[in-house]
Design a protein around this ligand. Structure first.
Ligand SMILES: *[C@@H]1O[C@H](CO)[C@@H](O)[C@H](O)[C@H]1NC(C)=O
Ligand SMILES: *[C@@H]1O[C@H](CO)[C@@H](O)[C@H](O)[C@H]1NC(C)=O
Ligand SMILES: *[C@@H]1O[C@H](CO)[C@@H](O)[C@H](O)[C@H]1NC(C)=O
Ligand SMILES: *[C@@H]1O[C@H](CO)[C@@H](O)[C@H](O)[C@H]1NC(C)=O
Length: 572
């Protein structure tokens, strides 16, 4: 029997992992008034931005300078928020009860008004449920006299773990290019603190071994409850309960190093039921020797093109890192996980390093990096090795996005791009320095947003789902998309700063779709998705809906007990 050609093609496409290519476009709209060094997706309409007190044009009602602001995606305007301490280069995560916590930060030399020393700060925001969507009543809460972390940390990572609290990893205590010495910051601690560990830290041999390139250690919660950490050229799996390093993984291939100041990106690729096997993707960074002084590095040193991935199961670890190449080298590259499971790499430069001007060549430009990367790269995670990385469909920008730039997925399903500022103060044109402080906000829009073409729509979703429980949503899938693949994505969009999207996570959910009725099953337990806030998207034939917010778990204060059911997990 001879099959019609169209059927043969359909079959072939499905077995190769059908992949719809998207044409993206950039739209500039509005100015942020502060440099969004940290960018966090808060609600369908709001993004939270943290910066420092260094000459920002955005002013508080009393006329003083703002370093924190809410960005409204509908009006493209910034509203200043007051913050007591300096949040510059903090880490952060949402807790199981929906409060966003920003951890640690900086202290400043000569600011007006003087923000408090931020290095031991705990800043709490929300949940922000303003009825108008404009953020009225949403404020940053701090109590420096009573609420502080145990040690000073600048450039730490904060990761929500399976009990809904935060593991705080690493950081620095000085303003050096390289982080070195026997530092109290080469350690872990928790917020809220664990009984018996109040005011103390857990020293980390791993972070010490990763000196001097160990700031913003990239880390992910694995479906086993353990934590994967990668810093410099080394990575490990950490058992929180026993405070032990379970294993070191093979070194990143070909001498690549990725944490600050050699910022490369790391993402946990989507977790699929039923096994939720975790694969970590690491792209960009540098192959420079970390034992030579900063002054012998130069702004023209090419970054690496390398992307490496490893699956954190016994079989995946035995197979080791699988290496691919991006079309271009990248340092300080932001990685944005999309509801489809693909990843966009954007911002950063082709050469040089992160951090304030120190390397050879930065004396006149004020920037450790040069040769801005003006065009994004997409990583098509469902395609086979060798076919995943392309710049097809990505536009070329005319705005350099260097050190201290950011990019995040919004609830609308596009990518907001903001920053940068490689200089220690706000630098505005005219100037002889390169890359003046950048306040223009930009959006990277997929073609279905640009063209306003039919998208799937979530009409109704419960505001809370319990682990391993079923929930019923009502959706509309446009007829034009109904023949393609259909996925339900549960996402944490993370806390974006310094090429690290900590807490970024996508779990594809089991589901059945009958007409407009979508029945989903929440992740089996709090190890697959740590309890706390999430976004739900539906993806039909490669086109995603706008996201809706949902609380996963019981929404209580951390620490939460285990929830859901234990399932077979191969993850280490
Ligand atoms: C910029 O945003 C404003 C507010 O949403 C909108 O009215 C305007 O059309 C936008 N401009 C462009 C060029 O998209
Ligand atoms: C990582 O880099 C250091 C140099 O900083 C080197 O001594 C070490 O052998 C590398 N680690 C591995 C596991 O290759
Ligand atoms: C800095 O770069 C210049 C030009 O390439 C070179 O002549 C000089 O030796 C470099 N300085 C250091 C300290 O490496
Ligand atoms: C969430 O939990 C933290 C830690 O216990 C607490 O400080 C905060 O007030 C809680 N948030 C809400 C909204 O209750």
């Amino acid at each position: 029997m001879v099959l019609p050609l169209s059927l043969l093609l359909l079959g072939a496409a499905a077995s190769a992992g059908a992949h719809k290519s998207i044409q993206w476009s950039l739209v500039q709209n509005g100015t942020t008034g502060i440099v969004a060094v940290e960018l966090i997706t808060i609600s369908p309409t709001l993004m939270l931005m943290y910066d420092r007190d260094d000459g920002n044009p955005l002013l508080l009602p009393d006329g003083s300078q703002a370093w924190t602001a809410l960005w409204n995606l509908d009006t493209n305007t910034a509203t200043p928020l007051s913050t007591l301490t300096d949040p510059f280069c903090a880490g952060g995560a949402f807790l199981s009860n929906g409060t966003l916590v920003s951890i640690a930060g900086n202290t400043l030399e000569n600011p007006t008004p003087v923000p408090g020393d931020g290095r031991r700060a705990i800043r709490m925001f929300g949940p922000c449920t303003s009825p108008t969507g404009e953020g009225e009543g949403c404020t940053v809460f701090e109590d420096p006299a009573n609420l502080q972390i145990a040690v000073t940390r600048w450039y730490p990572t904060a990761l929500r773990i399976a009990d809904g609290s935060i593991l705080i990893l690493g950081g620095s205590n000085n303003n050096a290019f390289y982080n070195s010495g026997s530092l109290a910051e080469d350690s872990f601690e928790f917020f809220p603190t664990r009984p018996g560990e109040e005011g103390t830290v857990r020293p980390s041999k791993f972070l010490l071994d990763a000196e001097p390139v160990n700031l913003f250690p990239r880390s992910f919660l694995l479906p086993s409850g353990h934590v994967f950490v990668i810093a410099n050229n080394i990575s490990m799996v950490y058992n929180i309960e026993t405070d032990t390093e379970l294993m070191r993984l093979p070194a990143l291939p070909n001498g690549v190093r990725i944490s600050n100041p050699f910022d490369g990106a790391a993402q946990l690729l989507p977790l699929f039921p039923p096994l939720y096997e975790p694969t970590v993707l690491v792209c960009g960074g540098s192959t420079a020797d970390d034992s030579i002084p900063a002054t012998s590095l130069t702004t023209q040193d090419l970054a690496t093109k390398q992307c490496s991935r490893i699956t954190l199961t016994p079989a995946g670890i035995a197979a080791g890192w699988e290496v691919e190449e991006m079309p271009e080298p990248r340092i300080m590259v932001e990685s944005v996980l999309l509801p489809s499971g693909d990843v966009i790499f954007i911002n950063g430069a082709h050469s040089g390093y992160a951090a304030y001007p120190r390397v050879n060549g930065s004396q006149n430009t004020g920037s450790n990096s040069d040769n801005p990367a003006m065009r994004g790269i997409v990583y098509r995670s469902s395609l086979p090795h060798g076919q995943r990385l392309t710049q097809d469909g990505l536009p070329t920008s005319n705005i350099p996005r260097m050190y201290h730039s950011s990019a995040a997925l919004t609830g609308k399903g596009n990518v907001m791009i903001s920053g940068s500022n490689p200089h220690p103060v706000v630098v505005q044109p005219p100037t002889t320095l390169s890359f003046p402080s950048e306040f223009r906000a930009e959006y990277l829009n997929p073609d279905f947003i640009t063209n306003n073409s039919p998208r799937p729509l979530i009409h109704y979703s419960p505001s809370q789902i319990g682990f391993n429980q079923k929930a019923t949503l009502t959706v509309t899938i446009p007829r034009s998309l109904s023949a393609g693949d259909f996925q339900v994505s549960l996402m944490d969009m993370g806390y974006v700063t310094h090429a690290h999207h900590s807490n970024s996570r996508l779990v594809f959910l089991e589901h059945t779709l009958h007409g407009d009725v979508l029945e989903i099953t929440a992740p089996p337990n709090n190890y697959v998705y740590p309890p706390g806030p999430a976004w739900l998207f539906v993806v039909a034939d490669g086109v995603w809906s706008e996201g809706v917010q949902v609380m996963v778990g019981d929404g209580g204060d951390p620490p939460r007990p285990d929830q859901g059911v234990r399932v077979r997990i191969d993850s280490v």
